[in-house]
Design a protein around this ligand. Structure first.
Ligand SMILES: [Zn+2]
Ligand SMILES: [Zn+2]
Length: 247
């Protein structure tokens, strides 16, 4: 019996890619352009350069201009202001991205620009982590976020500051105290979370002490899943209200 070689499909679009496509959708409505438009070509080139899909079974078709233009059509299908028919919906994630970002195209523009600037830096190529799948701004900006909060100088500064002002290191969200819970081995341990989205930092602003929260590992993981982003003053509210009020 002959075995027909199975054609493997290219990986599904991820958050970063769908953010860039939605940004393109708002800048150039698909009814007014086609796949040969220079911006469609440009987004296709950027998507081909992003370091998030090492495995591309069909490189010819991978995020080619036609695919990018089709993605705009998928967004047309989830756009409530569009009343046409005949377009197929894309995956579930298109709807999620639409719901999160369509209300503020300018905010979306800043994130898209930050991804565009960020993927060209070394920081975008650090080892992938599980959390980047759910990070609000996508994988590239997650990796850059992690680089900021691993900045040892800033981490030490934040810890020293906390010890000076509060006497010990406790989680800014839930007040968990590693030393109290684990004794000697927990002393001096706490994680740093950068509270300013990478897309808001701009190129001139470097990491500052007031942009850093000290958090326990649990709260940190949850913060990375939270949309929209939380400021320092919002952190506390995450846990003080009873569960049912938070749904
Ligand atoms: Zn905590
Ligand atoms: Zn963080």
């Amino acid at each position: 019996m002959d075995t027909v070689p199975k054609m493997r499909r290219n990986p599904a679009w991820q958050r970063d890619e769908l953010i860039l496509a939605l940004d393109l959708y708002f800048r150039h409505h698909p009814a007014k352009i086609n796949k040969d438009h220079p911006e469609v070509q440009r987004v296709s080139e950027i998507l081909n350069s992003l370091p998030i899909h090492p495995d591309r079974p069909d490189p010819e078709k991978f995020r080619n201009p036609n695919g990018v233009y089709m993605k705009l059509g998928n967004y047309l299908a989830v756009d409530p202001s569009y009343h046409g028919v005949g377009l197929t919906r894309g995956g579930r994630l298109e709807q999620v991205i639409w719901d999160e970002f369509a209300c503020d195209p300018e905010h979306l523009r800043r994130i898209a620009e930050a991804i565009f600037l960020g993927y060209q830096t070394d920081q975008a190529h650090i080892r992938a982590e599980e959390d980047e799948q759910v990070f609000p701004e996508g994988k590239i900006l997650y990796r850059i976020h992690r680089v900021y909060e691993r900045n040892q100088k800033l981490v030490n500064l934040a810890k020293e500051h906390a010890k000076d002002t509060m006497g010990n290191l406790v989680c800014d969200v839930c007040t968990f105290d590693f030393a109290q819970r684990y004794g000697k081995v927990g002393e001096g341990f706490i994680e740093c979370h950068h509270t300013v989205p990478v897309s808001e930092l701009g190129s001139t602003r470097s990491s500052r002490l007031e942009d850093v929260a000290l958090v326990c590992a649990n709260c940190h993981r949850i913060l990375h899943r939270k949309r929209p982003w939380l400021g320092l003053s919002d952190l506390q509210e995450l846990i003080i209200s009873p569960n049912e009020e938070r749904l």
